[in-house]
Write a protein that binds this ligand. Structure first.
Ligand SMILES: NC(=O)c1ccc[n+]([C@@H]2O[C@H](COP(=O)([O-])OP(=O)(O)OC[C@H]3O[C@@H](n4cnc5c(N)ncnc54)[C@H](O)[C@@H]3O)[C@@H](O)[C@H]2O)c1
Length: 453
């Protein structure tokens, strides 16, 4: 099938590459000409495991191409997927300006009927708006055909996006007519060969399903973070509680890890957008507000612990951060807890040495002045960054941080103090190595001699 994907970000690139992998001819349309030039040379602007090799091989075979020209990119397409960003708008709602701009452009350039598919996360009613906008423009141009817009929300996870797309848990299709659903079912059939996982529903239900899924996952995390806060006060280890409740199949083991807050390009903005949707309906979203408030507090927790440890004085202190991306497996820094901590530590006068396998360049762009002044250092080596540190903070649980050589870390640090923002270490083992250990919602372990500073 000939397909177009609008937007060459995390979702657009994965969608375009995976559809090309199944033998479709895909044109990816991206309005940033620099991104188009880089992608056309096979340079991938994001880090996503498995994506680069797939993209390069389909570029080489001609199965996948990139353009900034919408009219050229959609010519002859049977389906056009919209995968542009829907960031938070001023009032908390999803900013639909990119989606509606694409609708406008499509209305002005389409010359034949095709199916438009919303893959971006958009509030209920957006497909109707996009359909109206495009058909209005087609009418003004004297075109005789009209288009339909289906909803096919994306559930991939950054860090395992290719795997998720190739083997989806489910494919949600919101269609208003049989022709649209048949086309999408045909397109997804190669991804669902072992068993049927298409969930078909109304367009509005599909749009809502995506928000409900993200809001539910964010709720699980915030709930556990709240329990962790209580555990810390009661002398209980949240990790025991996590295992205790996760073994109940009604609860399950996923997304019940306490930590220093959720970030990323989806949960924060989607919870906010759903809150705004509820407000506009005159409905009080009490749970969603609490989820958001708990997460905002959670992102300040490591700073509070550090402040307490240093008696409020950060001047002359060296703090090491391990992990900067919002989660392992991605270079995405959007709403990452690390940035909240970095901002506060730098403002308080601490020197920060930070390490991440793939996200250092993104952080370097954001903190150019602090890098130039030497207040911030960045490196991919965890050991180089702990040298002379008064505290080590694990922020993102990349695999390379799971079993470091703690004896070496201890020798390199000025003070052996470890704040575990993701509870990945065993407190007693860390204490045995001579560290003072503090996790999230766990009793403190170990000792640390008073600092000379
Ligand atoms: N990132 C994820 O993990 C994820 C997962 C599921 C769903 N989503 C949803 O998918 C959508 C896209 O997310 P993303 O993370 O890929 O965003 P992104 O910001 O990484 O990518 C969006 C891309 O679209 C381009 N773009 C914007 N307007 C355009 C236009 N008019 N024409 C052509 N290109 C245009 C941007 O330049 C950018 O490259 C969002 O609604 C998001 O909520 C994201």
């Amino acid at each position: 099938m000939r397909l177009s994907v609008v937007g060459a970000g995390y979702v657009g690139l994965v969608t375009a590459s995976c559809f090309a992998e199944m033998g479709n001819h895909v044109v990816c349309i991206e309005h940033d000409p620099f991104r188009v030039a880089r992608l056309s040379r096979g340079e991938i602007p994001i880090y996503e495991p498995g994506l680069e090799s797939m993209l390069k091989s389909h570029l080489a075979s001609g199965q996948l191409s990139f353009t900034a020209d919408m009219a050229e990119g959609v010519r002859g397409a049977s389906a056009i997927f919209i995968a542009v960003g829907t960031p938070t708008g001023e009032d908390g709602s999803a900013d639909l300006s990119h989606v509606l701009a694409v609708a406008e452009q499509l209305g002005q350039c389409l010359t034949s009927a095709c199916l438009i598919v919303d893959k971006s996360t958009v509030p209920v009613g957006t497909a109707e708006r996009v359909e109206q906008r495009i058909n209005q423009r087609l009418g003004e141009r004297g075109m005789k055909f009209r288009i339909r817009v289906a909803s096919n929300p994306e559930f991939l996870k950054e860090g395992s996006a290719v795997e998720d797309f190739m083997r989806p848990d489910r494919v949600v299709l919101g269609c208003s007519d049989t022709a649209s659903s048949e086309l999408l079912r045909r397109l997804y059939a190669p991804f669902l060969r072992n068993h049927e996982r298409v969930l078909q529903m109304s367009v509005r239900a599909a749009e809502f399903t995506k928000y409900a899924a993200n809001a539910f996952l964010a709720t699980k995390i915030s709930f556990m973070n709240e329990m962790a806060g209580l555990c810390a006060r009661l002398g209980v280890d949240i990790e025991d509680v996590r295992r205790g409740i996760g073994s109940d199949r009604r609860i399950g083991t996923h997304f019940i890890y306490a930590g220093c807050g959720y970030g990323g390009s989806c949960f924060p903005k989607d919870v906010r957008a759903l809150i705004r949707t509820a407000e506009l309906q005159g409905f009080e979203p009490a749970i969603l507000r609490a989820v958001e408030a708990r997460n905002a507090l959670q992102k300040t927790l490591l700073l509070q612990d550090l402040r307490e440890h240093f008696n409020g004085h950060f001047q002359g202190r060296v703090v090491t951060l391990w992990g900067l991306s919002f989660k392992p497996g991605t270079d995405d820094l959007r709403e990452a807890p690390s940035l909240v901590l970095l901002d506060a530590l730098l403002a308080a006068g601490a020197r920060v040495q930070a390490c991440d396998p793939v996200a250092c360049s993104g952080v370097a762009k954001r903190y150019a002045d602090e890098l130039a002044s030497g207040q911030l250092r960045l490196d991919e080596s965890p050991y180089a960054m702990v040298e002379g540190a008064d505290a080590l903070v694990l922020v993102t649980e990349w695999k390379q941080f799971r079993q470091p050589d703690f004896a070496r870390v201890r020798r390199l640090m000025r003070m052996p103090v470890l704040f575990d923002g993701r509870n990945i270490y065993d407190p007693s083992e860390i204490a045995e190595q001579g560290f003072l250990y503090r996790g999230i919602g766990r009793p403190q372990a170990g000792h640390c001699k008073a600092s000379a500073a």
